[in-house]
Design a protein around this ligand. Structure first.
Ligand SMILES: C[S@@+](CC[C@H](N)C(=O)[O-])C[C@H]1O[C@@H](n2cnc3c(N)ncnc32)[C@H](O)[C@@H]1O
Length: 297
């Protein structure tokens, strides 16, 4: 089967949703959708076939069992199957619904009829294989932080979105008035999704500039210095990236760092402080937290 996808389905206690999401993300799954069914959670996650071996999926299932056992929750039930590209597209879509985030955003699936009016900034999205539908707490915490940062005088801001995924944060920032956002992602599928989503939201490609790569793309000649940086990746990756951020930050730059589990806050705070950042606030949701920081004067 060409262009096939693994659909990995997990039935588990809703309390361990964050942990399961985290495990899937570490494993490389991108598109996930969950729904509550009575007293359990049904979670579907998707990954291109060529990114994983069958045995790895069995190992993932074991990890999920061990996680639940360690926390004394019932064992999750897992199953996986190969589906073709067309089925993947429709599987994914049926579980994903419009979602309000914070006071200002509405995430709106691309395949629904466009809204005629909304009081909210409507982010239309087709995430494709990229992470970033707004259903994950780490993305929500970022969008809410962006909302707070961009409440006024946003029109001169040039921002960086490191690990842009579907482009959801970049698009959100532009809809709230940012002048320009540079998005980077290591994953070519994410780059494609972010570019397509920019177009879907009628954003000028000069305003949302998406490139494949990481922070190194933003230190190259011709890249601007940034007024704000957002980065929703895992803690270990953020710790590696922080030392390079001074090179792309304006003196009063702010930073939004998400994708961090509660028990990982200390190394993140220490690394930020060691590299010239002051932590302003720490927002929490479930097991996750998001740092809002600014450059030390
Ligand atoms: C958790 S997703 C975040 C997507 C989106 N920004 C959001 O908030 O929903 C993390 C993204 O970072 C990308 N990524 C992982 N490590 C990276 C790195 N070192 N540099 C750039 N992108 C990276 C992944 O491919 C993935 O698309």
């Amino acid at each position: 089967m060409s262009n096939s996808w693994w659909e990995f389905t997990i039935r588990c206690d809703p309390v361990i949703e964050d942990l399961v999401f985290w495990r899937l993300e570490q494993f490389g799954f991108k598109g996930s959708a969950s729904e509550i069914k009575g007293d359990y959670l049904l979670l579907h996650s998707y990954l291109p076939q060529d990114r994983v071996e069958l045995l790895d999926l069995a190992a993932l299932s074991l990890w999920l069992h061990q996680d639940a056992l360690a926390l004394k929750f019932p064992l999750p039930q897992t199953q996986w199957q190969l589906i073709d590209e067309e089925d993947w597209a429709s599987s994914w879509k049926q579980y994903w619904e419009p979602q309000e985030i914070g006071d200002r955003f509405l995430i709106y699936p691309a395949w629904l009829p466009p809204l005629e009016t909304s009081e909210r900034a409507v982010i239309r999205l087709d995430p494709g294989a990229a992470f970033g539908t707004g259903t994950h707490p780490t993305t929500q915490l970022c969008l809410e932080s962006i909302e707070m940062r961009l409440s006024e005088e946003a029109e001169e801001l040039v921002l960086a979105d490191i690990g842009c995924g579907s482009g959801i944060l970049s698009i959100g920032a532009i809809l709230l008035g940012a002048k320009q956002v540079y998005g980077v992602d290591l994953d070519p599928l994410a780059v494609r999704a972010a570019i397509n989503n920019g177009a879907l939201n009628q954003i000028d490609p000069q305003q949302l500039i998406v490139q494949r790569g990481s922070i190194n793309r933003l230190t190259q000649a011709g890249s601007p210095k940034f007024d704000g940086i957002f980065c929703n990746i895992l803690a270990e990756v953020i710790i590696d990236l922080i030392p390079h951020m001074s090179a792309i930050a304006k003196p009063k730059c702010w930073g939004i760092f998400s994708g961090i589990l509660l028990d990982q806050t200390k190394p993140i705070a220490n690394t930020l402080e060691a590299h010239g950042w002051v932590v302003a606030t720490l927002w929490k949701r479930g097991d996750w937290c998001c740092f809002n920081a600014r450059r030390a004067e």
